[in-house]
Structure formats: C-alpha cells, structure tokens
Design a protein around this ligand. Structure first.
Ligand code: NAG
Ligand code: NAG
Ligand code: NAG
Ligand code: NAG
Ligand code: NAG
Ligand code: NAG
Ligand code: NAG
Ligand code: NAG
Length: 803
C-alpha cells in the first residue's frame, strides 16, 4: 500500500522538515525498510483519527513512543492513549520505531539498543505495523494477514471503544489497564483496572493487589453498582461470557465522530471523557464520586451512605466491632452481629422455635463476592434461610439469585437504583409485635392450606383415574417436576378436561374468541364465575408430556402487567390446553381497525399501548431470566384489558412448542408475514432484533391506523413501510398519522413515534435499536435520534446478509 520508502532520502533531498512531515502523514503503516524517527515523524490512521509517534508528556523532556488523537491538537494536549516504552524513556530525541528482523515492533535508542519490543516469540518475516482508526496498532503478517500482536491486547491507561477488557481462563491472560505513575510519567503506576469474576463478572480497579473499586455485577444492561449508568445507556456496554471462566467487557460510543474513552488516572480514578473540539476534554463520569466508592470503606457488615454526615453505619442488627475506633472515624474493623443467629432448620415445636429472618435494605450496591444461582426469588430466600452459612441474599431479575456466605463487604446505599438486600438476622432482631396472635394466625393458615391441598390431591387423583389423564403438579409416580423442590408442586393450578369442557360449553363455536397460530381460543366461565380464555393447542406438538409441563410451569412464572397471565393448564390424553386470564376488550386489531371502536383510541391511549407493549417485550427480552423471543408479535396477539392496557399473549409458545430458543436459527419459521423481519422470513434467523422489527411494524400500524396486511394485498409487499418511508423522505408525516389523532396537538410526540418506528424496521438487524433503547427513545430520554435507514421490503431488494 502506501509505503513510505526511504524517508531519509526524501528528507535529505527536500531539506525541509515540513515536507518530511507531510510525506509521513500519508501512511498508516510501518513496514521494513521504513521506520519512524524522532522527533517529528509519525504515521496516521487511514481516516485520520489517531497518530503514532514520539512525544514528551507535559512537564517532561523524556521521549516516548505513543498513540494519540490526531484530529485537532497534538500531544501533550491531546491525550496519549497508548505508550510503548513506558519504563524506558529516551533522554534525547534520538529514538527509532521500526520492525526488527525477527518480526517484532521495537523502539531503539541512538545506539540501536532495544528499549522496548512487542516480544512476540514466533518469528515471522514480512511483518508490518498498521495504525487503525480505532486506535489499535496491529502487527500483521503481510501475506496471511495473521495478527501476531496488537496494542488493544496490551493497553496502557486508556480503554477505547472496541477494546476488550478481558479475563481468559484458557490462556490465563488478562487484558487490563494500568495507570501512569503521574501525569508526566507514563511508567507503570500502582493502579490497574480490569475484569474479575467470582461467579459474576464485574469491573474492578486494584491498588497493587488490593481491590480499590468495583462496578457491581452486570445485569445485562448496567453494572448494578453504577446506578448513574442508566442515563448513559447509549454507550452500549456488552459482556461476552463463555461461562467457563473467560469473558470480556467492551463498549461502543454512540457518537462515533467524537473522541471518547475511559482513562485510569494516576490516582486510581477511572474517568469517562470525551471532547467536542479535540482540545478541551470533558469528564462525563468517574468511578470515585464519594468516599463510599472506595472498596470496603466501612469494613465488614458496614453500610456506606455518601448522603450522611457520617458516611459509615452498621447494617441493621450489627454493631461496631471496636466502638472507639469506629467513633474516631476508623471504620476498617467493621461491624459484628449483635445477636447470634439461631439457625433452626426444622421446627422443634418448642418455645425456642424462633427462626432467623431477613431485614430488607433497599437501593443497595450489593456486597462483594456473591454466590450465584438461577433460581427465582422465593426459592432464593428459602435456600438462604435453610443454609446456616448464608448471611444475606438479593434478587435482581437480570442477574438472578445472589447470596453471601461470608462477611458482607463494600455495601453502599444509593439514593436511586440499586438492589434490595436481605440481611439475615436473629429472630429477636426482627422487631416482632403481637407474637401470640401471629402464631395463631399462622397455625390456622397452615392447617387450612394442608387441608385444601389434601382435598385437591384427593379430588385430582380421583378424576385423573377416572379419565386416565394426568394430574399436573400432583403426579407422584412419574415425577414430572424436580423432586427436590417439593414446594414447586403447588405452582400451577390444574384444570381437568371436564371442567374446561363445561366452562366453554363443550368448546362451542359461539365461544370461540379467535384462532391463534397454535390453536383456537375459547371463552369460558368457571363454576365460581371467573371468566377465562382457553387455548386448545393443536395436537401435533413435538414435545413429550414432561417437557410440555415443565415448559408451561416456567412460562407461568413470567409475570408482568403487560403480559397475559397464564392461569393453569391441562393435559389429558391427546388434549393439551392452556388457561389464561380473560381480556374483555379482545385484541388490539379488533379495536384499532374497527371504524367505531377506533374512536376509543385517542393519542394518549395509543401511546400507552405502544409503551406497554414495549415494556412487555423488554421484560421478555431482558428482565425475565428466560430471555424469550416472541417471534409472532402482531396486533392480534396484543390483548386489551378494561382500561385498554395492552397485554402480550402467546409469548413462550415457541418454547412450549419445542422451538429451541437457544438456537438462533430455525427451520420452522413461525410468525406472520409483514411483521417478520427479513432475516427471519428469509433465513429463519431470529433474535431480539427480529422482535424489534415486529414491534416497529405494530407501532406504525397504531400511529397510522392502517393494517400492514392491507398493503400486502396491494401487490407491493408490506408497503405500509414503503409508504411510511416515502412520507418520511417527503417530510410529510402528518399524512401518515391517523387523521383521528393527528389534529390532537401531539404532533411532536406522534412524529417522534413514527421516527422510532422507522428505526425499528430498518433492513439490517444491527441497525435496529434494542427494545430498551426504543423505550428510552419513546420517553424522550434519548433526545437525538439517529436518522433511519431505508426499511426492509421497500425496494425490490433481496438481502442475503441481514445481520
Ligand atoms: C506541569 O507543571 C505545572 C507547573 O508546575 C503545573 O501547574 C501543571 O499542572 C503540570 N502539568 C501536568 C500535566 O502535570
Ligand atoms: C519481553 O520479554 C522479556 C523476557 O521474557 C522481558 O524481560 C521483557 O520485560 C519483555 N518486554 C516487554 C515489553 O514485555
Ligand atoms: C513475503 O512477501 C512476498 C511478497 O509479498 C512473498 O513473495 C514472500 O513469499 C513472503 N515471504 C514469506 C516468508 O511469507
Ligand atoms: C507489507 O504490506 C505493507 C502494506 O500493505 C507494504 O507496504 C509492505 O511493503 C509489505 N511488506 C513486505 C515485506 O512485503
Ligand atoms: C494504595 O496502596 C498503597 C500501598 O498499600 C497505599 O500506601 C496507598 O495509600 C493506596 N492508595 C490509595 C489511593 O488508597
Ligand atoms: C480466550 O483465549 C482463547 C485463545 O486465544 C480465545 O479463543 C478465546 O476467544 C478467548 N476468550 C475470550 C472470552 O476472550
Ligand atoms: C456527534 O457529535 C457531533 C459534534 O458534537 C454532532 O455534531 C453530531 O450531531 C453528533 N452526532 C450524533 C449522531 O449524535
Ligand atoms: C458459595 O460458593 C462457595 C465457593 O464458590 C461454595 O463453597 C459455597 O458452598 C457456596 N455457598 C452457597 C450457599 O451456595
């Protein structure tokens, strides 16, 4: 490529350093025989983002090889994001950066002594070093393209977009930042920052080998110890975890045209900084905002609250270990338990039967070194209570069950965000009143439950025997459920086929509410008057009975106000039925596309519906442990309650029907044409982003009052999207909006919605926002929306690669 040949000769001939400078600007590569010579030769990345060359830090005359932002100013004003010879500076501008004969990138002094080397052992010839626009310097073999070394794997103090901070169990190598000694000395300082996992991956800063700061675990969207991260969701962080000890964190910056990075400064503070003009750098976040952010500030069982005058206190039920020290403000010894734990596992029936309990502390940075399990909240609590060594537990929907079996260290009270922490204390610390009355009530309730359970069990067995069916949840022989979890046995109400047949008037046609993708749905009324919706599943489910049951129980646990509740199930012989809550206002399409009912849906209601669907979807994608992709989101699958609140139905059906959610590729494409993302419709590839596509279509339908399928029959496939795109380009969104809402004085909101809708239906999955970002956009938490690209299905295009 653009090789700088014989720079020396050019310089010599030109006798003009400016010419030399210009010449060297033309390349991003060092390849033998070319090299960089101090003082003013540099290479510059192809797009002009970064420069590599010799520099002196502020207040220093020593010379180092480094990489800095090239756009406006020169170092030392422009931050240096990487340094080669950190510990071995040159005292005079006599250095050379070149590629040695063994294929390593080396810094040489005037005597040709190696001060620094990339230290790759496998010697390869034909190597060249290239500075990329990401700021990464790569050492590459020319013909094969094999990268033997890259600066992103050997960072200095800066973490840039696309750089991965990683822990690798396979290679034993961790990629970490290390601080400079001071702002004028790039030598290795005492602080480092990187990833660490004790069951749950986190970002840590260490002072030497001691933890100095921690981010708290990652919940799929933010680090829960960094509650302010919510406001900066646009800088998409991601965790890639192979669950075998190797993982990395990386991030993208939303505005690629601005220089942006994190830097670990000499004081051990991790700063997020960016610059608009290349000269002035703004710090938009820092890891240490108060004393409480210093790891373990208040010692064991202490709780740090930066809003308090005295920041450290003991967790409730605990007292300072050394009261004198504590009162002096030396909190390092921490706190100890006021009353020893009883830890009674089994009820002994005596007066001593006073079990330990939990005190709830809200909005917490959870302590360090949590154990983790995937169980749900009540199981999490139960397990902790049953394990005498368990000191506390917490449950976060994006993480699961966390518990602690050792001292609770590094807890902090936030004023917003955070997680509820349940700390185990002795019975007498729980603050009981009215004990006698409580005991009587509890005993009565327990007797009642036992009695009812026995009755149900008896009845169920009896009915099952009579019809040769299965009693979900009470089936003792085949053990449908995990036998270890006896309390799971009462999770899902069972309905007998007889009960459901009678409730639906023998599945009478007049009771039929609709036909879903997996079978017809009937309205029913139980004997106690409760109205239900019964889905009679098509008989050809690929699943066995056991998997079906387990799946139904799992799905029934997904509870969210924007999801239709699954009330129970029934399996008898060939019949498989699911029982849902009944929604009086039927489905969204029945309302939205009906000229009379449409009047009910003013803009506020429509927006509420859009937002509700978004929240339901967010729960499925992110907040539920299962990470469910709906795959058939459409107007007829959105049901409306009395107040026209939307509830998503048919979620988890792909799971119930044996579709493997872990596999992002399916031969069996379920879904409805028009709502299906191109990569799903054409290649069977589904992901959260294919649901986002369907959501976008739905959003445009709701705003425009037009059915996607109407357009579909008009030849040009799915051209509601085409129409929307045309109106967008003509800046004529009021034509697209439903006339019933467009004069409501909410034009701005309506247009914003359309804009978001267009972002959701973009052709390429990677361009579409995630549902959490969609919600932030709808709520105007994200103000500047990107410009949408042309939606799918608007031109006669067949894209083969839609990832
Ligand atoms: C350089 O030295 C001056 C004067 O001592 C000081 O004000 C400035 O902060 C120093 N700059 C850096 C980056 O250390
Ligand atoms: C290169 O390797 C040698 C020997 O293993 C080591 O002493 C030296 O510090 C390494 N240099 C760098 C820059 O990693
Ligand atoms: C080095 O590159 C040249 C041309 O690019 C090629 O002919 C030669 O085989 C390469 N040498 C090695 C060792 O790969
Ligand atoms: C390696 O590639 C670079 C850039 O593509 C080129 O300038 C250089 O001449 C090549 N080196 C060799 C030894 O082929
Ligand atoms: C870092 O650790 C060193 C050695 O233990 C200690 O002297 C220093 O005060 C610590 N720095 C901070 C900022 O805590
Ligand atoms: C760990 O290193 C191995 C071997 O280099 C690599 O294949 C793997 O992708 C790495 N894992 C992570 C999570 O970086
Ligand atoms: C990125 O930042 C530049 C400079 O501030 C601004 O002009 C541009 O609009 C921003 N782009 C986005 C997509 O926010
Ligand atoms: C917590 O984890 C440790 C080690 O990882 C293990 O020994 C201990 O049994 C676990 N405790 C619980 C309650 O899961």
């Amino acid at each position: 490529m653009r090789l700088v040949r014989s720079i020396n000769l050019s310089c010599f001939l030109a006798l003009l350093s400016s010419f030399c400078l210009e010449f060297s600007h033309a390349t991003d590569t060092i390849a033998p025989p070319s090299f960089i010579k101090d003082s003013d030769q540099t290479i510059i990345s192809n797009g002009g983002e970064f420069k590599l060359g010799f520099f002196s830090p502020a207040n220093s005359t020593y010379r180092y090889v480094g990489i800095w932002y090239a756009k406006v100013s020169e170092s030392p004003v422009s931050p240096v994001i990487w340094v080669a010879n950190r510990d071995k500076p040159l005292k005079t501008p006599s250095g050379i950066l070149t590629i040695s004969e063994d294929g390593n990138l080396v810094v040489l002094d005037g005597e040709k002594t190696i001060l620094w080397s990339s230290n790759v052992t496998s010697s390869v010839s034909n190597m060249s070093a290239r500075l990329l626009d990401t700021g990464n310097l790569v050492l590459q073999e020319n013909t094969t393209g094999l990268i033997t070394w890259e600066s992103f794997q050997h960072p200095s103090n800066s973490w840039l977009p696309e750089m991965k901070l990683s822990t690798n169990a396979t290679t034993g190598k961790n990629v970490q930042l290390t601080s400079w000694k001071s702002s004028s000395d790039p030598a290795f300082g005492t602080f480092s920052a990187g990833t660490y996992s004790f069951n749950l991956p986190e970002v840590f800063i260490w002072n030497g080998s001691s933890p100095y700061w921690r981010s708290g675990p990652w919940n799929g969207m933010i680090f829960i110890g960094v509650p302010t991260m919510k406001a900066r969701y646009l800088n998409r962080f991601s965790l890639v975890d192979d669950k075998e000890g190797s993982f990395y964190f990386a991030f993208e910056f939303s505005n690629k045209s601005l220089p942006f990075h994190y830097v670990l400064n000499a004081e051990g503070n991790l700063l997020e900084t960016y610059s608009i003009n290349g000269k002035d750098w703004v710090v938009s976040w820092s890891s240490l905002t108060s004393e409480c952010d210093v790891y373990g500030k208040c010692g064991a069982f202490g709780n740090c609250n930066p809003k308090k005058k005295v920041i450290c206190s003991c967790l409730e039920g605990f007292e300072p270990k050394n009261i004198e020290e504590w009162n002096r403000g030396d909190w390092t010894s921490g706190c100890v338990r006021r009353t020893p734990l009883q830890c009674l596992k089994v009820s002994t029936g005596g007066k001593e039967d006073k079990k330990d309990g939990f005190l709830k502390v809200t909005m917490m940075k959870t302590p360090s070194l949590a154990n983790w399990s995937s169980v749900f909240e009540d199981e999490c609590r139960y397990r902790c209570l049953e394990d005498c060594s368990c000191m506390a537990y917490a449950y976060e929907s994006g993480i699961g069950c966390m518990s602690w079996t050792r001292d609770l260290i590094d807890s902090q009270k936030f004023s917003s965000g955070g997680v509820d922490l349940y700390v185990r204390v002795a019975y007498s610390e729980l603050g009981h009143k009215n004990e006698q009355g409580k005991v009587i009530v509890i005993v009565t309730v327990v007797i009642g439950i036992v009695f009812m359970a026995m009755c149900t069990l008896f009845l169920c067995r009896w009915m099952a025997k009579r019809r040769g069916g299965t009693c979900l949840g009470f089936h003792s022989e085949e053990n449908l459920l995990d036998s270890k979890n006896q309390d799971k046995l009462q999770e899902l109400p069972i309905f007998s086929l007889e009960e459901l047949t009678s409730a639906t008037n023998n599945f009478h046609l007049s009771n039929k509410l609709g036909q879903g993708g997996f079978g017809p749905v009937y309205k029913g009324k139980l004997l106690d008057g409760q109205e239900i919706a019964v889905k009679r599943l098509a008989r050809t489910s690929g699943q066995g009975l056991e998997e079906f049951m387990n799946e139904v129980i799992v799905i029934s646990k997904l509870q969210h106000r924007n999801l239709v509740r699954l009330l129970g199930g029934c399996v008898e012989g060939e019949e498989k039925l699911l029982v849902y809550e009944y929604m009086p206002n039927k489905s969204l399409d029945a309302c939205l596309f009906d000229s009379i009912k449409q009047e009910l849906l003013d803009w506020k209601k429509r927006f509420n519906i859009i937002e509700g669907i978004g929240r339901g979807l967010l729960y499925l994608h992110r907040d539920s442990r299962l990470r469910i992709i709906h795959r058939d989101l459409k107007a007829s699958n959105i049901l409306l309650d009395e107040e026209l609140n939307p509830k998503i139905s048919d979620f988890g059906m792909a799971r119930i029907f044996g579709g493997n959610e872990d596999q992002a590729n399916t031969k069996r494409v379920v879904g409805t044409y028009g709502y299906m993302a191109p990569e799903y419709a054409m290649a069977g590839r589904f992901s959260e982003k294919s649901d986002v596509f369907s959501f976008g279509v739905l959003l445009l339908e709701i705003v425009s009052g037009r059915k996607i399928s109407h357009f579909y029959h008009n030849e040009q496939a799915a051209s509601l999207l085409g129409f929307a795109w045309e109106m967008w380009n003509m800046d004529n969104l009021s034509t697209l909006a439903d006339p019933k809402i467009s004069k409501s004085g909410f034009e701005k909101e309506i247009f914003r919605c359309i804009h978001v809708g267009l972002l959701c239906v973009q052709d390429f999955a990677k361009d579409r926002p995630t549902i959490s970002i969609v919600i932030s956009m709808l709520k105007s938490e994200i103000v500047d929306l990107p410009h949408p690209r042309q939606p799918a299905f608007t031109a006669n295009q067949i894209t083969s690669e839609n990832e």
